[in-house]
Ligand binder design. Sequence first.
Ligand SMILES: Nc1ncnc2c1ncn2[C@@H]1O[C@H](COP(=O)(O)OP(=O)(O)OP(=O)(O)O)[C@@H](O)[C@H]1O
Ligand SMILES: [Mg+2]
Length: 586
Amino acid sequence: MIGTKGTVTGVNGNMVSVRFDGDVSMNEVGYVKVADKRLKSEVIRIRGGISQLQVFEITKGITVGDQVEFTGDMLSVELGPGLLGQVYDGLQNPLPQLAQAAGFFLERGVYLDALPTSNTWQFTPKVKPGDKVERADTLGTVPEGSFTHRIMVPFNLYGSYTVSWVKESGSYNIRETIAELKDEKGNAVPVKLSFRWPVKRAIDCYEERLKPTEPMVTRVRLIDTFFPVARGGTYCIPGPFGAGKTVLQQITSRFADVDIVIVAACGERAGEVVETLKEFPELKDEKTGRSLMERTIIICNTSSMPVAAREASVYTAVTLAEYYRQMGLNVLLLADSTSRWAQAMREMSGRLEEIPGEEAFPAYMESTIASFYERAGIVRLRDGSFGSVTIGGTVSPAGGNFEEPVTQATLKVVGAFHGLSRERSDARKFPAIHPLDSWSKYKGIIPGEKVAYAHGFMRRSSEVEQMMKVVGEEGTSIEDYIIFLKGDLIDAVYFQQNSFDEVDAAVKPDRQKYVFAKLLFILGSKFTFTDKNEARSWFNKLRQKFLDYNGSPWKSDRFDKLEAEIESSVKSQSQGLDKSAEKIIY
Ligand SMILES: Nc1ncnc2c1ncn2[C@@H]1O[C@H](COP(=O)(O)OP(=O)(O)OP(=O)(O)O)[C@@H](O)[C@H]1O
Ligand SMILES: [Mg+2]
């Protein structure tokens, strides 16, 4: 089919205005022809016979009069086996291959197949001729890494179909037809191992969305115990420049209890992205012993690529996540940083001369962010299995000011908030999640009242600390001082986690529950000391022992020995449990 043609009438940064004859629709892909290149673009506004397109490439050289070809297709991605382990740009070009094809400096206008066409996949049919199927039903499976990749009825085939024939077990290429379906009118529809889906449309081939209730364990204590994330839920990590957003996401991508991790590095510094790329293939997945990369997809746009590509990476990433959810898998999508995506929105909106909202972000930014996070969720599929997409996005507010529009828009829609604090990262207290500002609406691995009890100490301890800054240590009562020391202890031995220590870097839920119970006992104990010096030195020793305990392998001899020492030390100093603690602990 020959699509609509157009002519460039104006260029403004990454936006071109195009006069066209015929039909053009919103979000349709067009190619701007410049010299011998075709630059991929997306229609973002249509008025009369003029449309505005955002160009996903540098627009240098485009001039008035250049030709534009509209494709009639929405911006879409290819879904099929072979996605896992890939490193893509926002337009689903495999970056390593792109670099090979175009040299070190990525050339514009080069688009490659998203999925390897030379591979074959071992297909096992799951349907037979005559079977009735609907979109997203499984026609067969192929193994992909350690997963069973479902070959499904393409999601755009609405209505009911009958299987005419299906290939028998064997090796097939993604370009081969593996089955033929017949629609209700008797038209034949060929199905291959892969198909395309528009990135801006949520994949909704499920029976029911459920409320996210089960925790998605990250092995970060502060998250799992205090500010949990649910499978199928959403969370946001706002933090000032250099406060540890990226490191926290990397830790999570390694240890989160999910099947598949998709990282959308959206507008991060190129150096950082390269580091991620170099490191990932070398990391081992503890569950399978294979390279972590085999269950990971990285979508990466560095800050040197045009802003439109950032938006594309966010949507591409979430679409791939939804695709794997359709296979009954648990997927975690990490977007770093959504602020850069919002900045891209602001830039485009400015070019479109739209009425600006707060801080010049477009008025629709809030709903755009909301509809992105709404694509997370835990769902029941037609075959009864469950799949989930959990979304965690970082936000980099200028100056660390959480009142700014992107952080605020995100806070309205997410279920948990892990606010990173400059003060804590400067003090090298990592992860720098602020224990008082952060919150979560989800249920964690430890009963809420126990967590609230410990959290209460943290708050009171911080109040005492503030007061001490005014009245000095001398002006503080010994009771208050002990509260301060207890809060300090939770912070040091539970909130902070040493990501460079093999044992402490990632703590499984059983151990978190066990150690938290020990800590709760200490918090709830009544201690008496002759003076503050004695109190301080006792708590210092306890803290050191506890840190060693945290660093000892779970239930090792050393772990048991340190635990016995901690317990006897607490026992000899304690006057028994506080009344309020008794209720909580027993
Ligand atoms: N959990 C951690 N353990 C130890 N060091 C950490 C941890 N988190 C962050 N850091 C230190 O802080 C530095 C900055 O962290 P990171 O790059 O994650 O910050 P960021 O918030 O992503 O910054 P930006 O806003 O520039 O993207 C790291 O290079 C590292 O030295
Ligand atoms: Mg970062």
